[in-house]
Design a protein around this ligand. Structure first.
Ligand code: OSB
Ligand code: MG
Length: 370
């Protein structure tokens, strides 16, 4: 498996509406579209680092630096037999998981295309379709939130996740329950906006029977999460705190969470994501696939990994049209049935890249060769 060429295209796509979390408000999504070339095939993936280090420590520019200095030269020099060889080659590298994942995931797509099998099949996925939900950013008013929830429930989404932060929490959750009842699969994501000083407030959320609360405490914590989990009925799901299989093992053994959100980029690639899935399965801990406001290319990878059996909770991989006026893939990601996305069966990610749309949002482009 010779990789002859790597291409980085930096895109900036306008979001249909601003996406607000406890850490930032995004109006555009800037990201790197990664292409790897070998034996007449092209593998695609997306580097999901954000423009500022608000979610994790990486940025688009640090990812480019790491890729150019440490990853791409090796990838072009060495012959990689399988994507697992990539993981072995870069096992020495500490963190910079999104930089690694952007290239590793593209190699997985290339590998699957060369084998003539779908990426889901290459990863050992069994499901033909996956259940999906939506992640709703912090809305300006309660009325805006209720209207947004109503719209996505009408589209059949299987999980409603609302972002929360201090001042926009219990009242928001209560409003959704009061209006739509307790049958709605509802959860809240705090993106690390609270501390243990907020324990009484967080415990008030128990009465609303959320399917989980995601990352209530610090991005680098598992100790306080364990303390909180002992005092809260609502299952805690970790996102930011989990960067590897080892992080997950420690968090689970400590009782810091009952559910884990797996993001391919955050954990350094598809191989690690699959191992994390397997570890959680062995502990009886369900997982679901998170999102990083991806284009269709990143969504395609999320769909493939979510086809593995222990992804039993609907993920954040909503349809392209939730975020984009026009996505860069053909087809765009769509719901095949209410709240359902079909897992492609054609080779690789199963989505083509529309270069004319890429060109429209292109900021810069760089090609690396042997
Ligand atoms: O915490 O899951 C998160 C987006 C950017 C950074 C972090 C998060 C999110 C989301 C969006 O919740 C999920 C999606 O892609 O729809
Ligand atoms: Mg999250």
């Amino acid at each position: 498996m010779k990789i002859e060429k790597v291409k980085f295209e930096r895109l900036k796509m306008p979001l249909l509406s601003p996406f607000q979390t406890s850490f930032a408000t995004e109006t555009d999504r800037e990201f790197i579209l990664v292409s790897v070339y070998g034996d007449g095939h092209v593998g695609y993936a997306e580097c999901v680092a954000m423009d500022a280090p608000v979610y994790n420590e990486e940025t688009i520019d640090t990812a480019i630096h790491i890729a150019e200095q440490f990853i791409i030269p090796k990838v072009l020099e060495k012959d990689i037999e399988t994507p697992d060889d990539f993981s072995k080659e870069f096992a020495w590298m500490r963190r910079n998981n999104m930089a690694k994942s952007g290239i590793e995931s593209a190699i997985w797509d290339l590998y699957s295309k060369q084998k003539g099998i779908s990426l889901a099949q290459a990863l050992g996925g069994e499901k033909e379709e996956i259940e999906v939900g939506v992640s709703i950013g912090i809305q300006p008013t309660v009325e805006d939130l209720l209207n947004t929830v109503e719209k996505y429930l009408a589209e059949g989404y299987k999980k409603i996740k609302i972002k929360i932060k201090p001042g926009f929490d219990v009242e928001r959750v209560k409003a959704v329950r009061d209006r739509f009842g307790y049958d709605v699969p509802l959860m809240a994501d705090a993106n690390s906006a609270y501390t243990l000083d907020d324990i009484d407030l967080l415990k008030q959320l128990d009465q609303y029977k959320l399917i989980m609360i995601e990352q209530p405490l610090a991005h680098d914590d598992i100790i306080d999460h364990a303390t909180l989990q002992r005092q809260m009925e609502t299952p805690i799901c970790l996102d930011e705190s989990i960067h590897s299989v080892e992080d997950a093992r420690k968090a689970i053994e400590l009782g810091a969470c009952k559910i884990i959100n797996i993001k391919i980029g955050r954990v350094g690639g598809l191989a690690e994501a699959k191992k994390l899935h397997d570890l959680c399965q062995s502990y009886g801990v369900p997982v679901w696939c998170g999102g990083m406001l991806e284009s269709g290319v990143g969504r395609a990878h999320n769909i493939a990994i979510a086809s593995l059996a222990n992804f039993t909770i609907p993920g954040d991989t909503s349809a392209s049209k939730k975020y984009w006026a026009e996505d860069i893939t053909e087809p765009e990601v769509v719901l095949s049935k209410p709240g359902i996305v079909s897992v492609p069966t054609s080779p690789g990610i199963g989505y083509e890249v529309r270069q004319e749309v890429v060109d429209k949002y292109l900021l810069s482009s760089k090609v690396y060769t042997r």
